[in-house]
Design a protein around this ligand. Structure first.
Ligand SMILES: [Zn+2]
Length: 61
């Protein structure tokens, strides 16, 4: 049980697993910066947008 090669592989797998777990969380925009999806045309608007940039519909904040 053990050995340098086994330890290297084990820590490599743990590191890969941690990165895979962390990636979806890093890709998600922080609260308050999520895009607003237009209910009419499903266009993705900025978080500060009050009206849809594609069809001009009012967006609920
Ligand atoms: Zn729209």
């Amino acid at each position: 049980m053990g050995g340098p090669l086994f330890m290297a592989v084990a820590f490599g797998l743990i590191g890969l697993w941690v990165v895979l777990l962390a990636l979806p969380g890093l890709r998600r925009p922080p609260p308050g910066c999520e895009p607003i999806i237009c209910p009419l045309c499903t266009h993705s608007n900025d978080a500060e947008a009050k009206t849809c940039k594609a069809c001009g519909a009012a967006l609920k904040q």
